[in-house]
Design a protein around this ligand. Structure first.
Ligand code: HEM
Length: 294
């Protein structure tokens, strides 16, 4: 790619790829990124009539920011699993969108504190879950501020990559914040934590095996371990929080009538990825064999 072709795209033209061409992938991703905000607009009247409209909006913005953070982390594993290298083109878009939602999350929190800086800072420093959220917020702001091409050039590839590895710590802090503010049912946070665990495990196993691309068998084993840890983690967590004996809670794992536990959901999602990897690796092996014959 030469400089002339790079200049054809303005920074705000996020629907164009690096070559300045209209990108169908970017358009689809843009639609996904706008969806939560559009949904809130469509449901504006219902939100306005809810018990605490601002709080409802804070929850929505925080939840979607976390989902987008997860999507940004999913780009690397999925571009390898799908053998679709172009996916890397949308990672920055998703990351910046995650920051925009989290900026809205904080702005709404500020509005909820009656726009008083004193109340805003007092409230944050008073509660551990808000301090943790605040640190994660600052981390995301640093990543967003250094996400431009100019910043990559200024920092140098290696330093930039090292700096952006704080995203793993940010994800962990955001998950802790999510768990701590959840008052009753922790099923959704546990499922989300399981998915983040899977994404982290992918990197750890790759680093441990010294290869970026994991085999289908390694993916399968990893999925089983992460799902089992999610089931065990939830069970032990419930036992600790409710001070209940483990043997009373354990059978609940198999009680599918009462609901499918998050660990099983993580297993289901992971197995779908394993199947995708199996299909894609066979297809690419066939292409390679055909090329070798040719
Ligand atoms: C200074 C920074 C932050 C503040 C002041 C803050 C504040 C809040 C507040 C007040 C709530 C609602 C709690 C309740 O109703 O009891 C909340 C929920 C939440 N926050 Fe934050 N937060 C911050 C940073 C973050 C960050 C960085 C993330 C993730 C990237 C995040 C994700 C969430 C999530 C997922 C929820 C729960 C949403 C749901 O219930 O579905 N927050 N936050």
């Amino acid at each position: 790619m030469n400089d002339a072709s790079r200049q054809t795209r303005q920074p705000w033209q996020v629907w164009r790829n690096r070559r300045g061409r209209l990108s169908a992938l970017r358009l689809v991703v843009l639609a996904v990124l706008i969806f939560p905000a559009a949904k809130a607009l469509v449901e504006a009247s219902a939100i306005a009539h809810s018990a605490r409209p601002l709080n409802e909006m804070i929850h929505r913005a925080g939840f979607w920011a976390l989902v987008l953070l997860g999507l940004a982390l999913a780009v690397t594993p999925f571009r390898r699993i799908t053998r679709y290298g172009n996916l890397v083109d949308i990672r920055r878009m998703i990351g910046v969108a995650a920051f925009l939602y989290i900026a809205a999350h904080l702005a709404l929190f500020f509005a909820d504190q009656s726009y008083s800086w004193l109340k805003f800072f007092t409230e944050i420093t008073k509660r551990v879950y808000l301090i943790i959220g605040g640190i994660a917020w600052l981390g995301l702001a640093i990543l967003a501020a250094t996400s431009t091409d100019a910043m990559v050039r200024r920092l140098g590839g290696m330093r930039w990559r090292r700096l952006h590895q704080i995203v793993y710590a940010i994800a962990l802090l955001a998950l802790i914040h999510y768990f701590q503010q959840t008052k009753a049912d922790v099923s959704v946070p546990t499922f989300v934590a399981g998915l983040f665990g899977w994404l982290m495990a992918y990197r750890i196993v790759g680093w441990w095996q010294g290869r970026a691309e994991l085999s289908t068998l390694a993916l399968l084993m990893m999925t089983i371990v992460v799902a089992a840890l999610t089931l065990v983690g939830e069970t032990v967590g419930i036992a600790i929080v409710f001070n209940a004996p483990l043997e009373r809670i354990l059978p609940g794992i198999w009680d599918f009538e009462a609901g499918i536990r998050p660990g099983w959901q993580v297993l289901g999602a992971g197995l779908c990825v394993v199947v995708l990897d199996f299909v894609r690796s066979r297809a690419s092996r066939r292409v390679e064999a055909r090329r070798a014959v040719a």
